[in-house]
Design a binder for this molecule. Sequence first.
Ligand code: PMV
Length: 335
Amino acid sequence: ALAHAVPGRIGMACAHANVALVKYWGKRDERLHIPWASSISMTLGNYWTTTRFTTLANPSCRVFLLDGQPAPAAAARRVAHVISVLRERYGLPTNSENSGYFLESWNHVPVSSGFASSASGFAALAGAFADASGLKNIGHRELSRLARLGSGSASRSIDGGFVEWHAGTTDTSSYAEPLNKHPTVNLRMMSVMISNTRKEISSTEGMRRCARSPYFSVWIRQCEDACRQMRQAIAKNDIRTIGSIAEDNARQMHAMTLCAGFTYFTPGTLAITQLIEQLRADGLECFWTCDAGANPKILVDASNENQVAAAIAERFPQARCKSSGFGPGIAIGHD
Ligand code: PMV
């Protein structure tokens, strides 16, 4: 079918991955991915997704290549759905002329890095879609809202540095914006790969289960407090406070999952978090966080990074560490 597809417009974008320091965990609106609480993240320099979106005249021709291979069926379905939502938003009917597409994504976020690629992936998709659709004057606020429709955390991958996603209550009021695009603080985020097993409970399902927990309302209140404190700590370049707010917030999220009857932790996750706490008690400043998976992430001042990595390697020779500093906001177009 591709041989007969007439290419239309081409859009390109490159967006970086992010890791939340104050987590998004709970949807007020599952369709629009509106969260119950605001969240704050760090955009990562070493990990990104580049996406090229080519519209095709033939509406039935829809191709999604991931790293040069046809994407797995579930990923292709999810992306097709997001593209139809984006088209609808701009009054581009789904079965009209040029509603087919040839989508190519290159993930510079190896599965083996322990960082997720869905945030950078859906942010890059939003940018490439906007570029191909000729949405010339689209600002970061609107791009962040578009990225959010793919995946909540993607809303934070439109900007670089430290980013806050304002929960809002509606599609227009729920978007991310930079807190500090070019942080001077020497913060690094290290992932510790201890497990390759796929997560069993998707973030959507995990959030749903936690929303039924009696601790959920406490969690949401804590997140709003944590955001307030985190903003101040970021403004002061205070790594110790940034790290301890992030670690407390992650601990609260994962404690809540346990109370809701599941956990993303494996014995290895717990062992690493305990090691980090021990290193800190021994005077080496480092903090952990963890998302919807077993591989913890460590926040550390660049000057302590080698020591922390060495301590992890000594205790867990099979663990693999990858780290990154801050990354930039989205780049759109061919430059
Ligand atoms: O964007 P989602 O739906 O994959 O959810 C992300 C959830 C966490 O990574 C655990 C937290 C966050 O804020 O990124």
